[in-house]
Design a protein. Structure first.
Length: 526
């Protein structure tokens, strides 16, 4: 059995471990042979001090150097895709093709390269100059950033490779990556590539650090330590809120992506026009990746009546015919069962037969589709919004557009919300009434498509009202906006020009740099 080392201050060394753990293979349910340390506070303490030193050095590192590191790292990922795919498939059960090799590798490399462009082009730092008063300001790095990655996207949201990592680095901050215990080996391979690329570009030794696990107490201390600039967390709601409580008490920013049921509303005209197609889209979206996507449509609102009955039948058949995907965690199936039991005890009905999960030891759960009356949902809104992170979803039968608005009013904050309407315009009046209520509850409003695709676009918002994320003003996907979470607004009042950051001096250092000078956006010199 191999006992792996942590990466602290530029060195792979034995951890000051409180214990060791071995991950499971979701494909077989068996324990893997490699062993990983749960670090004591001593490791966290050393990483924080090293990260703070690296942060100071990175404030004078040329933007071009940081951009080159990100581009070189993306190149290294592509060159080592085979070993990364093999490891992630072993640890997560996610299919090698198309998910890991054809989707996650390109997405991860693409967002690293977008982050490199943001690092190079400092317009996103909003350089602002008041020449009359000689006051200037901009966003600069916030400090070492701790990144907690989720289990469902080991690459694109990984703690040493994903969007939070890329955004923190682009903003000029070192990263302390805390691996997800479901795929520590995958994170280790990424950290090795990132560390090598950072070293080759002359970045500080602690630009990228890695620990695999800590006690809860050490985790709380980490996110609340004064040496830390901020935390990026993607994962379960209970864990995220516990970390948020600790960080908030210390005044340390923490950006969370938590739970979301991503409501979909199907209006009557759309149901009559293309109900069968929408049922197919819904089924595919709910069962893709065994339903373990943060943008899975966890509930869908359809009208009562014959058309709604037909939709339920089509969706139920689709769920029964869908393949039973592998769950990432050995606990996920039990959590789905617990939630289904609570919902059915309060009036929900399971409407499909449930594709039988196999007994090979693989982590899996039968596909499960439930239905509930709209008034019941209104009366028990908090319960029926319990997230089922897996291949299970809920249909709500609404008696009217007015009831649909009442259903939406019960919703917590979500990442996405979607409305399907017909192409002939018969749903327009209903859309105009329902859309304002839904828009208030979501970060991304969608028309006529399921929410599971999240493009890495400068215009994307992968965030939303609480509890979908910890702050409604920021996104975890899309550059340069994602980098702003890890910037601090710094003001320079009557500071001599030679002491100013380059982008705030009278002469604009780049023809592509937009600055707000005396109320006007310009690329010109002062």
């Amino acid at each position: 059995m191999t006992q792996h080392k942590v990466l602290i201050n530029g060195s792979w060394r034995a951890a000051d471990a409180e214990r060791y753990f071995e991950p499971f293979s979701p494909n077989t349910g068996t324990t893997l042979t490699d062993s990983y340390p749960a670090s004591s506070w001593a490791d966290c303490d050393e990483a924080l001090s090293a990260g703070r030193e690296a942060f100071v050095q990175m404030q004078t590192t040329p933007r071009a150097t940081i951009a080159k590191f990100l581009n070189d790292y993306a190149d290294a990922i592509e060159a080592n895709a085979g070993s990364l795919v093999e490891m992630a498939h072993l640890e997560t059960g996610l299919p090698t093709n198309p998910r890991l090799a054809d989707v996650e590798i390109p997405r991860t490399c693409g967002q690293l390269r977008q982050a490199a462009m943001a690092a190079q082009d400092a317009s996103w730092t909003t350089p602002t100059i008041d020449s009359a008063n000689n006051i200037r300001s901009m966003l600069q790095g916030i400090g070492p950033v701790a990144v907690f990655g989720p289990n469902n996207f080991p690459y694109a949201f990984g703690s040493a490779s994903g969007g939070d990592f890329a955004a923190a680095i682009a903003a000029g901050n070192p990263v302390i990556a805390k691996a997800n215990s479901s795929h520590p080996g995958t994170t280790r391979l990424f950290a090795e590539l990132a560390h090598n690329a950072a070293k080759a570009n002359g970045l500080p030794a602690a630009t990228v650090q890695l620990i695999y696990a800590t006690s809860r107490e050490s985790g709380y201390k980490l996110v609340s330590d004064h040496r830390l600039g901020a935390t990026g967390f993607t994962g379960s709601r209970p864990a995220g809120l516990a970390l948020k409580e600790a960080a908030d008490k210390a005044g340390i920013p923490i950006y969370l992506e938590l739970s979301s049921v991503n409501p979909v509303v199907v209006l009557p005209g759309a149901l009559a026009e293309r109900g069968e197609a929408i049922a197919g889209e819904f089924t595919g979206s709910c069962t893709m990746a065994a339903g373990q996507l943060c943008t899975k449509p966890g509930l869908i609102v359809v009208p009562q009546g014959a058309a709604g009955d037909q939709f339920v039948s089509l969706a139920a058949a689709g769920f029964d015919n869908a393949p039973v995907g592998t769950l990432l965690s050995r606990y996920a199936s039990g959590q789905i069962d617990d939630t289904v039991a609570k919902l059915t005890a309060n009036g929900a009905v399971v409407v499909n037969s449930g594709s039988a999960a196999d007994d090979s030891g693989r982590f899996c759960h039968a596909t499960t589709l439930l239905s509930v009356d709209g008034q019941n949902f209104i009366d028990n809104g908090e319960l029926f919004q319990t997230e089922m992170f897996g291949n299970a979803s809920l249909i709500i039968r609404s008696a009217s557009n007015e009831q649909t608005i009442a259903i939406i009013s019960q919703l917590e904050g979500n990442l996405t919300g979607c409305i399907y309407s017909d192409t002939a315009g018969s749903d327009d009046e209903a859309y105009d009434a329902i859309e304002p209520a839904l828009r208030e509850k979501v970060g991304r409003l969608i028309n006529d498509k399921m929410p599971t695709g999240v493009a890495v676009s400068a215009a994307m918002n992968h965030g939303g009202p609480f509890p979908s994320s910890g702050h409604p003003g920021f996104t975890a996907v899309g550059f340069p906006a994602a980098a702003k979470r890890f910037g601090a607004l710094k003001c320079f009042d009557n500071v001599r020009e030679n002491r100013l950051p380059e982008v705030l001096r009278d002469n604009n250092p780049s023809d592509n740099l937009w600055r707000l000078v005396d109320g006007q956006w310009t690329t010109a010199n002062l």
